[in-house]
Ligand binder design. Structure first.
Ligand code: MLT
Length: 393
C-alpha cells in the first residue's frame, strides 16, 4: 500500500487545531488565568427560538411510527430547498430547486467538490485566505498559484490576465480580512472565469453580515456567474449552526464544461458518497428562513455586529490599523510594533489571555497581521477590549 504522499506537503496540524493546542498548553500551566477566546469563528449565542421549536417537533415526529423517516433525499428535502429558493429570490437570484444541494456545512463541500475536477488543474487562491482551500488541494496534489491580497489592493485582489488558472477560490465577505467585493469587482472575476474556461468556487459563508444593499450577497447577482460559479454557504454563522451542522451548495444547471453538466456530476457524487443531512436538522434549518426565524437571527447578528464595533473602537483609539468588522464578524489588524503574527499571538496570550488567530496562518501575506472575531459573548468581548486597552495604553 502506498500512502497519499501529498499529505507530507501540508502543515502537521490544521491552523485552528494548532491554536487550540497552544491555548490548552497555556491553560494547563496557568489554571487560575481566565482565557478569552476570540480566535476560531465559533458562535456563542444559542439557537433562536424558532429553530429550537422546529427541532423539538421534528424529534417528536421521529418517535412516532406514522411520521418517522429513514433515508431522505441525499440532496436535501424539498421543504428546506423551497425556503432557500425564496431566500435567494429576496436577493434577486432565481434558482431551480435541483440547483440547491443541502449539506452538513460549507467546509465539507468545499473539500468534496474537488472530486469533480482533474488533478492537473491549476488552482488560484488569494493570499491570505481560509486555509481549507489550500490544504484540500495540496492533499489532492494540485498545483496552486497565489494572488496577493494586501493593503495596496484593500485585500481584494482582481484577476491578472497573465495568470492561467482553472479553479478560482473567492470568499466574500472574506475570511480572514472581512473585505467585501462590490459588484463591479466581482464582475471582473466572472468575466475572467468565463473567458478562461475556469470555474469559481465562491464561499459566501459570511453573506448574512452584509448590510449594504449595494454589495452582492451571492455571486449569482452578477451577470454571467451561472456559467462559471459554484456557491457554498452554511448556517454556521447565519444562524449559529456551528455545532448543529447544515449548509448548502448551489450548482447551476447552466454550468457545463466540455459538454458535461457539473450539476449532474455533483448529484452523482452526492448520491454515491453522502446520505444527506438528518431530517431533524433540516427542519431546524427550515425554521431559520421563516419570517420569525429571519427576525430572530437578525437579533443575534446585530449582537455580533455590536461586539465588532467595540473591538474596532478600541483599536482605533490606539491607532492600530484594521479593517473588517462591518460586513463581517472578523476584524483584521496589523500587529503593533512590527511583531510577527505568532509573536503577537503569544504576547496577547501571555499578557492579557486574549486569543486571536495569527494572520500568518492564512498565508504569507497574513504575516504581521492578526484576526479577532466578534463571535464572543458580550461580557467577554467587553472584558477583552478592556484588557487590550490597558495593554496598548
Ligand atoms: C474560522 O474561524 O475561520 C472559521 O470558524 C472556520 C470555519 O468556518 O470552518
Amino acid at each position: 500500500m502506498n500512502i497519499n504522499k501529498n499529505y507530507q506537503n501540508i502543515a502537521d496540524s490544521y491552523l485552528f487545531s494548532t491554536v487550540a493546542k497552544k491555548v490548552s498548553e497555556f491553560s494547563s500551566k496557568n489554571p487560575d488565568k481566565k482565557i478569552i477566546r476570540l480566535g476560531i469563528g465559533d458562535v456563542t449565542l444559542p439557537l433562536c427560538k424558532a429553530v429550537v421549536s422546529a427541532l423539538k417537533s421534528a424529534c417528536d415526529e421521529m418517535g412516532v411510527k406514522e411520521t418517522f423517516r429513514g433515508y431522505g433525499p441525499e440532496q436535501g428535502y424539498e421543504f428546506l430547498k423551497t425556503r432557500l429558493q425564496d431566500y435567494y429570490k429576496s436577493h434577486n437570484v432565481d434558482l431551480e430547486l435541483d440547483e440547491i444541494f443541502i449539506s452538513d456545512g460549507a467546509k465539507s463541500d468545499l473539500g468534496n467538490i474537488l472530486d469533480l475536477f482533474a488533478v492537473d488543474n491549476t488552482v488560484l487562491v488569494p493570499d491570505p485566505v481560509y486555509p481549507v482551500y489550500v490544504d484540500t488541494n495540496t492533499m489532492a496534489g494540485r498545483k496552486i498559484v497565489y494572488i496577493d491580497a494586501n493593503e495596496q489592493n484593500d485585500f481584494l485582489p482582481l484577476p491578472d490576465s497573465s495568470v492561467k488558472a482553472d479553479i478560482i477560490y473567492l470568499c466574500s465577505p472574506n475570511n480572514p480580512t472581512g473585505a467585501v467585493y462590490n459588484k463591479t469587482q466581482l464582475k471582473k472575476w466572472v468575466d475572467y472565469a468565463n473567458e478562461n474556461h475556469a470555474v469559481i468556487l465562491f464561499d459566501s459563508a459570511y453573506e448574512c453580515f452584509i448590510t449594504d444593499k449595494e454589495l452582492p450577497r451571492s455571486i449569482y447577482e452578477i451577470e454571467g456567474a451561472k456559467t462559471c460559479a459554484i456557491e457554498f454557504c452554511s448556517l454556521s454563522k447565519t444562524a449559529g449552526f456551528t455545532g448543529t451542522r447544515c449548509g448548502y451548495t448551489i450548482v447551476p444547471k447552466t454550468l457545463v464544461f466540455d459538454g458535461v453538466s457539473l450539476n449532474k456530476m455533483w448529484l452523482r457524487r452526492q448520491t454515491t458518497k453522502f446520505n444527506g443531512v438528518p431530517y431533524i436538522i433540516q427542519r431546524g434549518a427550515e425554521a431559520v428562513f421563516t419570517p420569525e426565524g429571519l427576525e430572530e437571527i437578525q437579533e443575534n447578528l446585530n449582537y455580533y455586529r455590536e461586539n465588532a464595533k467595540l473591538i474596532s473602537e478600541t483599536l482605533k483609539k490606539h491607532n492600530i490599523w484594521h479593517i473588517g468588522g462591518k460586513h463581517s464578524p472578523y476584524i483584521w489588524l496589523r500587529c503593533p510594533n512590527n511583531m510577527t503574527s505568532w509573536e503577537f499571538f503569544d504576547y496577547l496570550l501571555e499578557n492579557v489571555q486574549v486569543v486571536g488567530t495569527p494572520g500568518a496562518g492564512f498565508g504569507k501575506n497574513g504575516e504581521g497581521y492578526f484576526r479577532l472575531t466578534s463571535f464572543g459573548s458580550r461580557e467577554n468581548t467587553i472584558e477583552a477590549v478592556e484588557r487590550l486597552d490597558k495593554l496598548f495604553g
